[in-house]
Structure formats: C-alpha cells, structure tokens
Design a protein around this ligand. Structure first.
Ligand code: HAM
Length: 449
C-alpha cells in the first residue's frame, strides 16, 4: 500500500470475524464500506432513465459506447490528472499487484479512454472519435451528501479534433440530458477559458510572484497549492484567500489572441444554441489536463458545492500518455447527484418492473396449473409472478395486492376441478369466472382492453 492512498484490502476481516464470533458468540453482521452503497431497485429505476437519455443523446450525435477496465496502472491517472491534483494526491484507491505494480481503481473516465485511444491506434480511424461511457468511479474522499467513494459518471469524449463547435455541442448536450431528466432549470452552466498550456504556465509564474511575499496570509491549503499548482488557489473557498485572489493578476491578461478568439467563438456558438451560461473567471477545474474551454454544471442553490458535472478541453493529454498530439474535449456528470436533483424536483422514473399478473393457487393440481400458466404468460411477453409457497389464499391475495399486479388469476381447488379460474381485477376489485382453456389468451386480452 502506498502513502496517500486508501487501503482497499479487507485484510483483517477474517481474523476480526473469528475474534468477534468468540467474543459475542454471534457472527458479525456486515455492512457496506463507508462511502459505498448498494444500488437498490429504486436507484435502478432512476439509473435506467438516466442511461436512456445518455444513450439517446449519445447516439443522436454519433457517439459509440466504450468501457475501460475498472483498474488501470496508476500512472495512467497520476500523469493525466496531475500529481498535485486532489484526486491523485489524496483520493485514489491504489494497491500493489503481486508483481509490485501499482494499480488504481478509476477515479474518472477520461484518462482511461485516452489510454485506450492510444493503445488501439484509434488515431487511424476517421476523426473525431466520439466515445461515451456510464460507469462506476472511485475516489477516497470524505463521504457526505452527494459525495461517495463509489459513484457513477456519465462521460462523453470527442477525440482528434479541435474546433469551438465541438466544445459548444458538448456543453449543449450536457444541458439537453438534464432537460430530458427534468432538472435543467435547477442548474447553472459556468464557463471559462484557461488558455493554452503556455499561457497557463506564464500565468502560474505570475501568481507565484504575486503570492511570494503574501503566502503567510493564505490558508494552509492554498499555501500548499502555491507550491504545487497556484492555479488552484483561485478555487479556494477561504474568504482571506478570495480577497487576495481578487487583487492577484488575472488569467485573461495572459491569454494569447488565439485562445481569446477561440473562447469568443465558443460563447458565440452557445448563444446560437440558446444555452444559458455564466462566465466565471475563477473556474479552473480540479484536474490538471485542461486547457482552453472549461465548464461546470452547478446546482443553482449550492454553487460549486456538489457540482452536477464538469469538463473541458484537454489538448495535451495524449502526449502525457505517450501518444501523438490529439486534441480532446469532454465532460462527465455525476449520476447520484442527478438522481438527488430528480428526487428533489419530484420526478419519478417509470419502472419497467410492473407485474401484470399474479397467479394464486391452492392444492397440488392448482400449483401445477399455476406454474404452467405463469411461465406461458411470460413466454407471451408479459410479466407474471405467483404465490409458489404453501401460503393460504388470503396471504397470497395480500401478496398479489402488494406486488402491484393489475390482475390476479386464482386457482382454488374447486375451480381447478371444474377447469376454471377466477380472474380478479385488482384495481376495481371485480372478478369473473373464466375457463382454463386458453386462459393465457383470455387474461392477456383483458389486460390489453
Ligand atoms: P469531475 O469534475 O472530477 O470531472 O467529475 C465530474 C462529476 O462527477 C462531478 O461534477 C460530480 O457530479 C461527479 N463526482 C465527482 N466526484 C464525486 C463523488 N465523490 N461522489 C459523487 N459524485 C462525484 C471529471 O471527472 C472529468 N473526467 C470530466 C471530463 C470528461 N473532463 C473531460 N472529459
């Protein structure tokens, strides 16, 4: 295990369990790790709705799906995101393989996708290469509302072309997805430009000079950032830092004409696409690979806290990973945070898990018939479940009610003997006797009427 990295092994679990067993004579009840959560059926309904919009918007714009491994060699992330970034310096789940290689659970998608682009020679494909993913990510951050150690990102990347229309289109797409999900009115889009890598270097030098004799007035965190990445001081939430930042040199004075023009064009296109946005000179992003356009999607009420998404241009990343120069632009949105907003906005996803029929039965013959009817209905493309245990009819009807099934098919001993069944409309509480012959067709007809 390395310094600054989280211990993901559960190395003492076995010993602890044995110990606890003898101490309490009761086996330990396990729980999810801090910051990790079970994705229960309710989450899945929201997740399905989000995935649908992500897939739909991706396909509409010619994106293809990619899944990179959940783990990469640590260098993929440390080189890409920057050693001084919070993610690399504090938040990676890193472990050593048996052969001594450092491996990290992916904290974000971009670096792995760029590694894959280079590894598979995707520069030989028609450019741009447009890829999207929707996957779990891992960051060892302090868990709190909207912040988890395992979370999910919907992520889009356009590789191999630098054009302001790409930046504008992706910002537009992120907004469209939030519109699909009914929460676009809850967010603000913040944008900025960081200029070229050269512009940024010059600006960082100017910041170092400016803060040189003022560093004692900076927060502890900003003092550390002054040494590693002074740009991140602009991000500080500390009030004293902010006062100093307001007097510090401005990034816009270090931008080349080319970068300025590029940014103006992006904004022009955003206006043309009717995307509302705010310009924010302090927006620098927490990962080092960005240049030129950056953007974040903020919660209207909370600002930078718990951002719903973010991204930007990263034209130097491919070279950092040993590839040839390849421009790129992308963004990611946090699924859990989107779900939080959907819930707050009262948006209920439609569930496909609806049960159409509940088949209740009594007696051996009834059970056999119920089994056949249930599976036949399923084969015909409808959802059917049944009380397969030995519960009483009353208990089974309660189960039918709880299952949300529209219809209950009741096979009591007498009915089965008479080649009949009771069909009960669970919504209206009405019932009728129907024949067991072709019962599947009869009940499906009722459902469709
Ligand atoms: P990021 O801003 O680090 O960017 O993360 C994107 C989004 O992931 C955040 O806005 C947030 O919604 C979600 N997120 C991040 N950390 C957590 C967490 N601990 N718990 C819950 N949600 C979280 C990136 O990751 C870049 N790779 C985006 C990008 C793609 N840039 C270019 N292409």
């Amino acid at each position: 295990m390395t310094d600054n990295t989280a211990d993901i092994t559960e190395k003492n679990t076995l010993e602890n369990t044995e110990e606890e067993k003898t101490q309490e004579s009761k086996p330990k009840k396990f729980q999810t790790l801090r910051g990790f959560q079970d994705l229960l059926p309710e989450f899945q309904d929201y997740y399905t709705m989000i995935k649908k919009s992500v897939r739909h918007r991706g396909r509409q714009s010619g994106f293809k799906r990619i899944t990179t491994p959940i783990m990469e060699e640590t260098g993929v992330f440390s080189r890409s995101l920057g050693e001084s970034s919070d993610v690399v310096s504090k938040e990676m789940f890193t472990m050593e393989s048996r052969s001594g290689k450092l491996m990290t659970l992916k904290p974000e998608a971009t670096a792995g996708i760029m590694r894959a682009y280079i590894e598979h020679g995707m520069h030989t494909l028609p450019q741009p290469v447009q890829l999207y993913s929707i996957e779990p990510q891992f960051r060892y951050d302090r868990p709190q509302k909207g912040r988890f150690r395992q979370f999910h990102q919907a992520n889009f990347e356009v590789l191999g072309i630098k054009d302001a229309s790409v930046d504008a289109q992706l910002i537009h797409m992120s907004y469209k997805i939030l519109e699909d999900l009914g929460i676009a009115d809850r967010v603000d889009i913040q944008i900025n430009t960081l200029g070229s890598a050269g512009n940024r270097e010059e600006y960082m030098e100017a910041l170092r000079d400016f803060f040189f004799d003022k560093s004692q007035h900076l927060s502890e965190e900003s003092q550390a950032r002054l040494k590693t990445n002074p740009l991140r001081i602009l991000d500080s939430k500390d009030e004293d830092d902010q006062i100093l930042v307001s007097m510090a040199p401005k990034l816009k004075d270090f931008l080349s004409e080319e970068s300025k023009n590029y940014y103006e064009t992006v904004k022009d296109y955003l206006h043309a696409l009717n995307i509302p946005f705010y310009e924010n000179e302090g927006l620098v992003r927490g990962l080092d690979y960005y240049c030129d356009t950056v953007f974040e999607i903020w919660d209207k009420s909370q600002g930078a806290q718990n951002a719903i998404g973010g991204g930007g241009r990263y034209d130097g990343l491919a070279e950092l990973l040993g590839g040839q120069p390849t421009p790129g632009f992308g963004f990611a949105m946090g699924v859990e945070r989107i779900i939080g907003h959907m819930k707050d906005a009262g948006i209920k996803p439609e569930s496909k898990d609806k049960v159409h029929f509940f088949v209740a039965q009594l007696g051996e013959e009834g059970k056999k018939k119920a089994l056949k009817i249930t599976t036949n209905i399923r084969d015909l493309g409808y959802n059917a479940i049944g009380g397969m245990g030995k519960s009483s009819m009353k208990a089974q009807l309660k189960m039918a009610d709880r299952s949300g099934a529209r219809w209950a098919i009741i096979l009591g001993e007498i009915e089965v003997r008479e080649n009949k069944a009771i069909l009960r409309d669970m919504h209206l509480g009405k019932q009728e006797i129907i024949s067991l012959d072709n019962i599947e067709q009869t009940v499906i007809e009722r459902l469709n009427n």
